[in-house]
Design a protein around this ligand. Structure first.
Ligand SMILES: C[S@@+](CC[C@H](N)C(=O)[O-])C[C@H]1O[C@@H](n2cnc3c(N)ncnc32)[C@H](O)[C@@H]1O
Length: 310
């Protein structure tokens, strides 16, 4: 396995935002290389941290990194299953949670994992390599309408029609095998003068296929509701998102859970009986500082939202 390189995004903001109690129970739903978790662990004396990741490479990296650390339990699982897994271990109340959504730099930069626009590798994009569906299957087998839907919905790609036409034309001759081949097909779908920058015009299509392969938007809302339920009064939750589709889901769940009434605006008297269970620590999402932006360009699209259980 290659070295697991990933710089934790908005590290100070996340750790301060979680307001960690030294004997608290914490859950990192996306432990990755353990960047954020290492700082949570530093603040714990008698507490415990449960770290989840669906990528076996992340779990083995953290096993090595935190060897002998008895305040940490690592669990290879989809975070959708985290609340159940915790309940099965008699962990029903927690003091805080972190969800750092999306992919790690290790996954994106490693050609072998088949996510990369810049490093050619077999189309794969699975975070959990025990799963069957991969990017090769999506690109080479999905029908036209389904590909179009994915590119519009998950990539917000205006040029989806041309890109999908070119994918279909190309795969008629031979399967599209690598990220490099896909990148070329995408670039051929744009006028020469539009093709610019790092990642350039392929970014949105790659993002869309990645989201489809990993079903990345699936279950975020349900997970948030379950984790909020498990939070003790005064407990904190922090969520980092990297594109508007994710952020919209998080924003809406938090907005609803922080509201005393969720009736449609036209109803004159409240009939929903909804009671707020959290308060928003920051009304607007926190973004990376100028310094972080200059040191880690991947922080540029990050948004951090923090809540506290009432
Ligand atoms: C941005 S990285 C986290 C980096 C980590 N905070 C750090 O500082 O090293 C996101 C991680 O979430 C994992 N992940 C994404 N979706 C997941 C899911 N549904 N269940 C569990 N892990 C997931 C990815 O495999 C990846 O390792």
């Amino acid at each position: 396995m290659k070295e697991f390189k990933h710089i934790p995004v908005m590290l100070d903001e996340v750790i301060d935002g979680l307001d960690i109690k030294e004997n608290g129970i914490y859950v990192d739903c996306t432990i990755g290389g353990g960047g954020h978790s290492s700082f949570i662990l530093k603040r714990l004396t008698a507490g415990h941290l449960y770290g989840f990741d669906r990528d076996e490479d992340a779990i083995s990296t953290c096993k090595e990194r935190f060897k002998g650390e008895d305040k940490l339990t690592l669990i290879h699982a989809n975070y959708k299953d985290a609340p159940n897994i915790l309940n099965e271990r008699n962990v029903n109340e927690i003091d805080g949670f972190l969800i750092d959504l999306g992919v790690s730099s290790y996954q994106i930069d490693n050609a072998e994992r088949g996510f990369s626009i810049l490093h050619d590798g077999r189309l794969d994009m699975r975070m959990d390599r025990s799963q069957k569906l991969d990017a090769y299957y999506v690109v080479n087998n999905y029908p036209k309408e389904r590909l179009l839907d994915i590119l519009y919905r998950y990539g917000e790609e205006n040029n989806a029609r041309k890109i999908v036409d070119n994918i279909l034309l190309s795969r008629r001759n031979k399967p599209i095998e690598t990220t490099g081949e896909l990148k070329e097909i995408i670039e051929e779908s744009f006028p020469k003068k539009v093709i610019y920058g790092k990642g350039g015009v392929s970014k949105k299509t790659f993002q869309a296929i990645r989201i489809e392969v990993n079903q990345e938007l699936d279950g975020i809302d349900d997970l948030l509701l379950k984790l909020i339920k498990m939070l003790k009064s005064g407990g904190r939750g922090a969520v980092l998102t990297f594109h508007s589709l994710e952020d919209r889901i998080v924003k809406n769940v938090f907005k609803k859970e922080a509201s005393d009434c969720i009736c449609p605006p036209k109803i004159p008297v409240c009939i929903c009986g909804h009671k707020r269970s959290i308060k928003l620590i920051n009304k607007k999402p926190i973004t990376a500082s100028e310094r972080e932006l200059s040191e880690n360009p991947r922080s540029s699209s990050a948004k951090l939202r923090i809540i506290e259980k009432i």
